[in-house]
Design a binder for this molecule. Structure first.
Ligand code: NAP
Length: 485
């Protein structure tokens, strides 16, 4: 049983039009703790009828909200931010229990997620239009920016708090209403956020949360509705492609934060100790289950052995276990299927000639756990080079020249994050400009921040979250042409 300072933050019902409801079907599904396999609670299971009610409520709530001043919207967002910080311990306990990441990391996610609310409360006041010099002396040309309409948001389980605030905060700041479908595995963080939004005074209908055992049914209701003008999705590339197709019939604007396959490139002129620190941070955060996790370590041959030895020594210090226990730095994977997928990639690599220098399955801890694992002699032909690992496994691939490193780094359909370690400033520019990624960490392994644009190119998606650009996905530009002057 989850012990919270404020037990009312653990919600077991859907949040629709400002009310906690059982849902149309009356059925429930269990939420499990991946560290122990035990049931945290049962949650009401939403369906398409619940989703449609939430969409109608959102459409009606936003008519008033979009007319309010940015300052008014900012004040409510700031109050929400303050309540999240006040309740950080409970929110982190809920997140740790449903998702598995260590408690300290869970607290880090709450702060990171809350930062988006604070940022977009400020940005709400800076949604400026333009006055455009006209070609005609009797005309004046202007643009205004307006809320796009009802937003559907679908989020994954790996960041059950921050992936929500990254979408909901800019949408509310812009004057939109949101119907959110969090992941089935981790809805409790989203529901706790909704409770705090309610306490902050967010008018009913502006944020509804529908979650259920049938993601396809809820997703279809969201994409089929012509009231929903925008879909913001974070998740796998496979589901993202499907949702883009589903949005075509109603011509919705979409933003897609999809899967990655980040290269982490270490040149012989790098500070190797710093590169190892960055490698540990980038690879093993959230047990390797982040879209910006280093997926392929490309290391120049002259320092290959030194880097590998130091990386292995540092990875050995990581402690795997229940994230709620003191000193644990790597929790379980989200479920046993995830651990099996990771193991299949490792087994395939070994079968094709890779050498496991550290780690492997952690069956002594349970089926959901996987040990920090490092593979050498990995080649671009192996599945582990081509696929998103989403687990604590680091394949290391040698290269000889800068050209070869670039070719290997870009040899993927994904284009989210990348990392490069070198002390040569000319190479930093050259290499960063030629990398096919939306984000480049230069001598830095942790790159996410609310003040910077997060997003990918190629099949990693489109749109940007955070920064001054993050609000653009939730507004339309309207052009006003004034004649007869
Ligand atoms: P997923 O399977 O694509 O699921 C993501 C969300 O989509 C979940 O809420 C899921 O619901 C829902 N969903 C699944 N099938 C659906 C359908 N047919 N219609 C509507 N909704 C559907 O991804 P995941 O395994 O949760 O997350 C891991 C992936 O997310 C990785 O590829 C990772 O790289 C990516 N990711 C990207 C970013 C980024 O910013 N680029 C950030 C985090 C994660 P259920 O859970 O209820 O099935």
């Amino acid at each position: 049983m989850l012990s919270l300072k404020d037990p009312l933050l653990l919600k077991t019902q859907l949040f629709i039009n400002g009310e906690w409801v059982k849902g149309d079907s009356g059925s429930t599904f269990p939420i499990l703790n991946p560290a122990t396999g035990t049931e945290i609670c049962k949650l009401a299971s939403g369906n398409k009828n619940d989703t449609n009610i939430a969409i109608q409520g959102a459409q009606s709530a936003m008519q008033k909200w979009r007319q309010t001043t940015a300052k008014h919207r900012a004040k409510i967002l700031q109050k929400w931010h303050a309540l999240i910080i006040e309740n950080i311990d409970d929110l982190a306990s809920i997140l740790c229990a449903e998702q598995g990441k260590p408690l300290a990391e869970a607290k880090g996610e709450i702060l990171y997620g809350a930062a988006y609310i604070e940022w977009f409360a400020e940005e709400a006041k800076r949604i400026y239009g333009d006055v455009i010099p006209s070609n005609n002396t009797s005309q004046r040309l202007l643009t205004i920016k307006q809320a796009i309409g009802v937003v559907a948001a679908i989020t994954p389980w790996n960041f059950p708090n921050a992936m929500i605030t990254r979408k909901v905060a800019p949408a509310l700041a812009a004057g939109c209403a949101v119907v959110l479908k969090p992941a089935e595995a981790t809805p409790l963080s989203a529901l706790a956020l909704a409770e705090l939004a309610k306490r902050a005074g967010l008018p009913k209908g502006l944020l509804s949360i529908v979650v259920g055992a049938d993601a396809i049914e809820i997703g279809k209701a969201l994409t089929d509705s012509s009231l929903v003008r925008k879909l913001s999705f974070t998740g796998s590339t496979k589901v993202g492609k499907l949702l883009i197709k589903q949005c075509a019939d109603t011509v919705k604007k979409t933003s897609m934060e999809l899967g990655g396959n980040a290269p982490f490139v270490v040149f012989e002129d790098a500070d190797i100790d710093k590169a190892v620190q960055g490698a540990i941070a980038s690879k093993f955060r959230n047990a390797g289950q982040t879209c910006v996790c280093a997926n392929r370590f490309l290391v120049q041959r002259s320092i290959y052995q030194e880097f590998t030895d130091k990386f292995v020594a540092e990875a050995k210090k990581l402690k795997v276990g229940n994230g709620n226990d003191e000193g644990i730095t790597i929790g379980p994977l989200i479920n046993a299927a995830a651990a099996q997928n990771v193991h299949a990639l490792v087994t395939d690599a070994e079968k094709n000639g890779a050498t496991k220098v550290l780690g492997g399955a952690a069956t002594h801890l349970g089926a959901n756990y996987y040990l920090p694992t490092i593979l050498t002699n990995v080649t671009p032909q192996m599945r582990i080079f081509k696929e998103e690992i989403f687990g604590p496994v680091a394949p290391i691939i040698p290269f000889d020249t800068e050209e070869q490193a670039l070719e290997l780094a870009n040899a993927t359909e994904a284009g989210l994050a990348s990392y490069v370690y070198t002390q040569n400033y000319a190479r930093i520019w050259r290499f960063s400009e030629n990398l096919e990624n939306g984000i480049v960490g230069i001598n830095e392994g942790i790159i996410s921040s609310e003040v910077a644009p997060f997003g990918g190119i190629k099949q990693s998606g489109n749109g940007r979250e955070g920064s001054k650009y993050g609000i653009d996905d939730y507004i339309e530009i309207k052009y006003l042409c004034m004649g007869g002057i």
